[in-house]
Design a protein around this ligand. Structure first.
Ligand SMILES: [Zn+2]
Length: 301
């Protein structure tokens, strides 16, 4: 899909609504309250169940819920974010959409990031390199000392025939075995081979059902030890410095890790339109969120 095709296809509210309808109810309307399959339209955007009279809409319960902006603008935002190889900063999105408020652009990007994690996605499997690293970022609003924040993140990279497959990234509070084992269990299938360094936080992985391959740092240079993790980490750092000018506060780093993972895992996708459709598919499955929720998110030290 080219930009021209995109603009032709989603140029009206009706076209966008119809598309979201087909994603939410691929087999036709189902009332969320009583499962009845008939509804009539009320004031264009509402759907009223013919049986229990419950009113809903295609955007209720999705990331678009309560938006005061047209869906065509949302679709343009998703197109922009997915068609750019490295994504977009909030400032970039604000300019492209002509939004008055930076806050709105920032919130939209965060909402879209929540839709970048597919519900029920498969865990990594096979041969997986795992390592932790510090990520330095900052909040541009803060000045001077204390503006820089360090986040500890753990990185897992699947390797198939010496080629990198999918990745998982997670911010962790410490490099204890609780944190690292927890990450392994939620991100990687049992019976996989986990290749790590000799850090004691990794010991005991075999008792969780993994084949644990350990290479001690003294045997090799640190970057040669787990070379694929090293590549992913340098790409991640470059992306945060480039697309986001390093302005990613620790409090929100998880959202950026989700976006990076989404992009990285689809980097070989020959057709960029796929990312657009995948994001829309997730957007109707992921619940709503607000600026307030994002900002009041508790920071984990
Ligand atoms: Zn009903």
């Amino acid at each position: 899909m080219t930009l021209g095709e995109f603009e032709n296809k989603f140029n009206t509210e009706e076209a966008c609504r119809d598309y979201l309808f087909s994603l939410r109810w691929p087999k036709g309307f189902i009332c969320p309250k009583c499962s009845n399959t008939k509804a009539w339209a009320v004031r264009t955007v509402l759907l009223e169940c013919s049986k229990c009279h419950y009113q809903t809409s295609v955007i209720a319960g999705t990331i678009f819920q309560d938006t005061r902006k047209p869906l065509t603008m949302w679709f343009r935002a998703i197109w922009w974010v997915t068609s750019q190889k490295n994504g977009s900063s909030a400032l970039g999105l604000q300019r492209i959409l002509g939004l008055k408020s930076y806050e709105t652009a920032w919130t939209w990007l965060h909402k879209l990031r929540t839709a970048m994690v597919s519900p029920g996605r498969n865990k990594l499997s096979g041969y997986v390199e795992v390592d932790e690293t510090y990520l330095v970022s900052g909040d541009n609003k803060k000045q001077g000392r204390g503006a820089e924040e360090k986040s500890l993140i753990v990185v897992a990279v699947e390797i198939k025939d010496r080629i990198m497959g999918r990745i998982r990234l997670k911010r962790i509070t410490d490099a204890s075995s609780d944190s690292l084992h927890g990450f392994a269990v939620e991100s990687i299938e049992r019976d996989s081979t986990l290749h790590t360094d000799g850090w004691r936080g990794y010991s005991g992985l075999d008792s969780l059902g993994y084949i644990h391959k350990i290479t001690k740092v003294k045997d090799k240079k640190a970057s040669d030890l787990l070379p694929h993790v090293h590549i992913v980490v340098s790409l991640l750092k470059r992306w945060i410095l480039g697309t986001h000018q390093g302005s990613v506060s620790k409090k929100h780093i998880d959202y950026y890790l989700d976006e990076f993972t989404f992009r990285f895992n689809r980097r070989t996708s020959s057709y960029r339109g796929k990312l657009f459709y995948r994001l829309l598919e997730n957007a109707v499955l992921i619940g709503p969120n607000t600026y307030k929720n994002f900002v009041n998110r508790r920071s984990i030290i």
